[in-house]
Design a protein around this ligand. Structure first.
Ligand code: PLP
Length: 407
């Protein structure tokens, strides 16, 4: 399988459209990626041919829908290198997965003065659920520092592990900077202290080969919409024995075996965590996205994205006043930067007029912005379908910004 970017682009219908009278250059992939025809078709085919509620009825459509939903679970398990599909819980996305682990796994096992360890690189969704848990229980949030490249020095992290660490929660890849975090080593260190580890893989699954067994983590979370799949669906992988031990997250239909006013018996894993009618079409779409990723040469895809990052970093150096924020030695395709004194929102608005979609702001990672002493950055983030020409258009648009601001 060779990597042919024009063939990949042809699979994404939205890339053919224009915005503001110019062809779209979509560089906001870390926020949400575009969807290939295979995913769009899987979702509409599901609604056109198989739509029904799952698990409950004996009629043909329900059986078909159940088969598709459970089939998607197996595809996600394969994508993550999980030992069993029963270890995959469908959730709304990474945010819900992290809240689930906080409330159903950590909360019953934590006491006042115990600690949760995160890093300074985290997305708000891997900070706020832990702050809420600390408020509820009197536990303490510890934060591993980052350096000026946007890396987490291992010594600083290791020093914060201790006998009271009840969970370590780490982003696998930083959404704001693209830093690839050495999570395997960090999991090993946490396990040496008996602390389980949750990895937030929202920015990793689209760009890296993830194998939860190799990583040896205890929980792994990601979102469908960042990995060429639909919104409103994602997955939490957890070690079977931990999921088994955990109490349910929410109560309702589907998550029970029997209910009476005297006693309710919960369903087995993973259904115990999937109360109510799930996002069936979303799961089907996510299964199609997993198939799509696995059908491509992932090594070639990673090399393509690396090439785009190198090229963009090199071309960014030509733009007067541009300062890259986040220069980790191992990065995915994220170029975060500030441009002189021009506010990121002004940069974003002007490049948008040239058809270039980038993200501006704090990227739900305000502590990262605080570390670098900036309120916001402009972030270009790459996916499989981006090209060097997209980078050239971004750079040309940045020169326009400088012209307008007379810099
Ligand atoms: N973690 C990281 C690293 C992210 O980049 C994001 C989304 O930007 C999230 C968590 C939250 O994902 P979602 O909004 O899909 O739940």
């Amino acid at each position: 399988m060779s990597f042919d970017v024009s063939r990949i682009r042809a699979e994404f219908p939205i890339l053919a459209r224009e915005v503001r009278g110019v062809p779209l250059v979509y560089l906001d992939n870390a926020a949400s990626s575009q969807k290939p025809r295979a995913v769009i078709d899987a979702v509409s085919h599901y609604y056109e041919h198989s739509n029904a509620n799952i698990h409950r009825a004996v009629h043909a459509l329900s059986e078909e829908a159940t088969g598709l939903y459970e089939g998607a679970r197996t595809k996600v398990a394969d994508l993550l290198g999980a030992a069993s599909a029963q270890e995959v819980v469908f959730v709304r996305g990474t945010t819900e997965a992290i809240n689930l682990v906080a409330q159903a796994f950590v909360r019953p096992r934590i006491a006042e003065g115990d600690e949760i360890l995160v890093s300074h690189l985290e997305h708000h969704s891997n900070i706020v659920p832990w702050q809420m848990l600390c408020e509820q229980t009197g536990a303490v949030l510890r934060v591993a520092p980052i350096d000026d490249r946007g890396e987490i020095p291992l010594e600083g992290y290791a020093k914060l592990l201790g006998p009271r660490t009840r969970l370590v929660a780490l982003g696998h890849v930083s959404n704001a900077l693209g830093t690839i975090v050495p999570v395997q080593e960090m999991v090993r260190l946490a396990h040496d202290h008996g602390a389980p580890v949750l990895l937030d893989g929202a920015q990793a699954v689209p760009h890296l080969r993830v194998d939860v067994q190799d990583l040896d983590c205890d929980f792994y979370a990601f979102s469908g919409h960042k990995v060429y799949g639909p919104t409103g669906i994602g997955a939490l992988w957890g070690r079977a024995e931990l999921l088994d031990e955990m109490e349910p997250y929410q109560g309702g239909g589907e998550m029970i075996l029997s209910v009476s006013f005297d006693k309710t018996v919960y369903n087995k894993v993973p259904y115990k965590f999937e109360a109510g009618t799930p996002n069936i079409a979303g799961a089907v779409g996510l299964g199609a996205a997993a198939d799509w990723l696995r059908a491509h040469d992932f090594g070639a895809l990673m090399r393509h994205e690396d090439d785009l990052l190198d090229y963009a970093t090199q071309r960014a150096a030509e733009v007067p006043g541009l300062r890259v924020i986040g220069t980790a030695r191992r990065k995915t395709g994220v170029l975060s930067f500030v441009l002189g004194d021009i506010h990121a929102h002004d940069v974003g608005t002007i490049v948008d007029r040239e058809g270039v979609a980038v993200r501006t702001g704090h990227h739900c990672a305000q502590p990262v912005m605080d570390h670098f002493g900036v309120p916001a950055t402009t972030r270009a983030s790459f996916a499989a379908y981006n090209t060097r020409q997209d980078v050239d258009q971004l750079i040309a648009a940045l020169h326009k910004v400088l012209e307008i601001f007379g810099e």
